[in-house]
Ligand binder design. Structure first.
Ligand code: PLP
Length: 446
């Protein structure tokens, strides 16, 4: 069987990884569930191809993800460089893999948690409660009580009912009032569900005061994968109004939370640097540094999207003739809508995978529907077809930039387990002083 060879991209199958001793085997397969330290000459892309080769030679071609934790470190550096005045609180919902959280904890980020389970995960890593924001404006009472018991004080709210709950279950909370934004242009808008209108803020601020609650600032989210950097400008200006109203109502307004919405890749839409320039200008205008307001953000996609690569296998195939006589292919993959591709239906353009196969010459391309493995007919990766060569059962497709809202949204519908995740780390993390050591068979970050 020929070795795997990508149609696009330039990675080959050479180099072996330096797997650290003591790693446990994942589901009895010869692949470490934990962290792989890359040798000086090898890349995470090579690891993907090596793993594909190993699986192709075995009798199990399960889907897998490879997370390159060096990229995570680079994204953190890029964020801090472009927005030095903003403290990142990573949005755990985006990807809550233990190694991701461990690396970010070691790099010193804060964390945005949406539920008790996420709070437990982050607190369990030894992160101080002061480095956590519980940023779900509509919370179950029991989760609020958990936050109160564990010293997580910073919470968001956007309604009077939430204030009543917080007054009862967490009277010592420090609250941020979440504002509605103009986010209709974002790929994943949020403001139909969350955020108070500017008009409602005055009443909410006085209600909080009357309940004896401390509002310490304002927050917003411009929608995930925001396409219009100016949405930040408007939202920051609105927050300035809320700060003035809050001070008028007797609150000590000292924290601004600019949420998430930053791009995951540079492929399309606004560039991160451009967005950061717009944000910096708006902050300088409405929240100049000398006012001493602490500015935080809740980036998810920006940190994680490019960290993970997904590899999926073709498990079945059908060829059909379209009405005009043209050929169309249907590929059935072992990962799909209920696995790593939950958001594929909502992405405006389908992702075109890298085909891992050798061809003698440039192959013709056909419209192809990519289906997931379950018995649900709507289990397809994207709403639209993609153009790919004729492939066979057993061939592999590789999707880069699959780290955001993928594994954290997957389930085992129809008994198809979520893709196994392997993690690599290399020189970038070591440069930042994050290394690993083995203790009683477990690897820990040092
Ligand atoms: C409250 C909150 N903060 C942060 C995020 C992360 O957003 P993004 O991944 O766009 O950075 C989300 C995403 O839904 C969110 O709801």
């Amino acid at each position: 069987m020929p070795g795997p060879h990508p149609v696009e991209g330039s990675v080959g199958v050479s180099g072996m990884s330096t797997c650290l001793e003591g790693l446990k085997e994942a589901h009895g397969r010869p692949w470490p569930k934990e962290l792989i330290a890359l040798g000086p000459e090898e890349s995470a892309q090579q690891m993907v191809l090596r793993r594909i080769q190993e699986l192709s030679d075995s009798d199990q071609q399960d889907p897998f993800m490879l997370a390159d934790l060096d990229i995570l470190a680079s994204r953190h550096q890029a964020f801090c460089q472009a927005l030095p005045q903003v403290s990142p609180f990573y949005a755990v919902k985006c990807n809550s893999s233990p190694w991701v959280l461990r690396v970010l904890a070691a790099l010193g980020t804060g964390f945005d948690c949406a539920s008790q389970v996420e709070l437990e995960q982050v607190l369990g890593l030894g992160v101080a409660p002061s480095r956590i924001i519980y940023a779900n404006p509509c919370k179950p009472a029991s989760h609020i009580r958990y936050a109160a018991r564990h010293g997580v004080q910073l919470l968001t709210f956007d309604s009077e009912e939430e204030l009543t709950k917080v007054a009862q279950h967490h009277p010592g909370a420090r609250l941020l009032l979440r504002l509605r934004t103009q986010d209709s242009q974002s790929i994943f808008p949020l403001s139909t569900k969350f955020g108070a209108s500017l008009e409602a803020c005055g009443h909410l601020l006085t209600s909080a005061r009357d309940l004896g609650l401390a509002v310490v600032g304002a927050s917003f989210h411009v929608g995930s994968n925001c396409q219009t950097p100016q949405s930040f400008t408007q939202a920051i200006a609105d927050c300035r109004c809320v700060f003035e109203m809050g001070r008028g109502a007797g609150h000590d307004m000292s924290c601004l939370d600019i949420g998430g919405g930053f791009p995951g890749t540079e492929d399309s839409g606004p560039k991160f640097e451009e967005m950061a320039r717009v944000i910096s200008a708006a902050l300088a205008q409405d929240f100049p540094e000398e006012r001493g307001v602490k500015v935080i953000a809740e980036p998810g996609r920006f940190y994680m999207e490019s960290v993970c690569t997904a590899a999926v296998n073709i498990i079945a195939k059908k060829a059909v003739l379209e009405p005009g006589g043209s050929r169309k292919l249907m590929y059935y993959l072992n990962d799909g809508h209920y696995g790593s591709f939950r958001l594929g239906h909502r992405e405006p353009v389908p992702r075109v995978p890298i085909v891992v196969k050798e061809f003698c010459s440039e192959p013709p391309l056909f419209p192809c529907t990519l289906y997931g493995p379950t018995c649900d007919a709507s289990d397809r990766l994207f709403l639209e077809d993609v153009r790919l060569p004729e492939l066979d059962v057993g061939d592999w497709l590789v999707f880069p930039s699959m780290g955001a809202y993928t594994s954290s949204m997957s389930c085992s519908f129809n008994g198809f387990l979520p893709a196994t995740i392997c993690y690599t780390m290399g020189p970038q993390l070591r440069c930042l002083g994050v290394g690993v050591e083995e203790e009683a068979g477990n690897l820990t970050l040092i």
